[in-house]
Design a protein around this ligand. Structure first.
Ligand SMILES: [Zn+2]
Ligand SMILES: [Zn+2]
Length: 295
């Protein structure tokens, strides 16, 4: 909650007029306690988990033909009941694990110094902080994911996330409750090391989940804006990890590709990509006999 009763008091304390966005933020948040602002995340997560995967899921279930060209595993078709089961399981983990985790983590947010007041951070500050959060989370997530592919980690925890060999957007947060808890650690790492404004934190939670839903969507669209982000993995990259399944020792990173490249865990994926590329070229050149031999 802000220590100012009126906008004039806030402006006097800052020594300048509020910007239009700051004015909006003041009107919205000045009388709301910090814990309640933080708990907005619970609502945001619920809305993102529910609404972001929905349009693609509905189009797929309706059999919308133009989508077929972009489906990564064209033969994999899930039934409406399987979509429903995935969502219900995600909501169960959301109610019993994600929600309580958010409720309990407020003291930590207070401790690291995530602020709610004025002035608001600049767009550059938000951008660089989000970049740091994504990089740190990606690095932590990479090593935890590798551990989860050990015999013990896979059989006891990670196999749940891999039930979907052809993932769908709703399956992004579909995992064993212990995995959701463990992967919460790298998610908090960035905000703990480089704490910013609550708005930045909200954006972090929303964007990270949207990114996970995109990479699990099962579709690779040529017009997706994330294609222009350097070292960005994307749907095809993570889909390969699910496609290979249990034996997968490739494509562990959740957002970028640099960790897999540095630690040599993208070899299977690269080999498969080159092989498919070669095959396509042979077919295009009309060298059917050679291509058939390679198959
Ligand atoms: Zn995995
Ligand atoms: Zn996954």
């Amino acid at each position: 909650m802000m220590p100012y009763g009126t906008q004039a008091e806030a402006e006097a304390a800052l020594g300048r007029a509020l910007t239009a966005v700051e004015e909006l933020w003041f009107r919205y948040s000045a009388q709301i306690p910090d814990w309640l602002l933080y708990y907005h995340n619970i609502l945001f997560l619920f809305l993102v988990f529910t609404l972001v995967p929905l349009p693609l899921a509905l189009l797929e279930l309706k059999g919308f033909k133009p989508l077929d060209n972009y489906k990564l595993q064209p033969k994999a078709r899930l039934l409406p009941a399987e979509f429903r089961r995935c969502y219900v399981d995600v909501m169960r983990v959301f109610i019993f694990v994600v929600g309580p985790l958010q409720l309990m983590s407020f003291p930590m947010i207070k401790f690291v110094g995530i602020r709610t007041g004025l002035g608001l951070p600049s767009l550059w500050e938000i951008f660089f902080q989000l970049l740091v959060y994504f990089l740190l989370e990606d690095y932590g997530n990479y090593w935890i994911h590798r551990f989860l592919h050990s015999k013990w980690g896979y059989e006891n925890i990670h196999r749940v996330h891999h039930e979907f060999t052809a993932p769908i957007g709703f399956a992004a947060p579909y995992a064993h409750w212990a995995e959701v808890l463990i992967l919460g650690i790298p998610s908090f790492l960035g905000p703990a090391i480089a704490p910013g404004h609550m708005i930045t934190f909200w954006l972090w939670i929303i964007l990270r989940q949207m990114e996970a839903i995109e990479t699990h969507s099962g579709y690779e669209f040529p017009f997706t804006p994330t294609k222009y982000i350097p070292f960005y993995g994307g749907a095809e990259y993570h889909d390969y990890h699910h496609y290979v399944g249990r034996q997968s020792q490739s494509n562990f990173a959740s957002v970028f590709t640099y960790c897999d490249y540095l630690y040599g865990t993208d070899k299977g994926y690269r080999y498969q990509k080159e092989y498919l590329h070669k095959m396509r070229n042979q077919w295009a050149d009309g060298d059917f006999a050679e291509a058939a031999k390679s198959e």
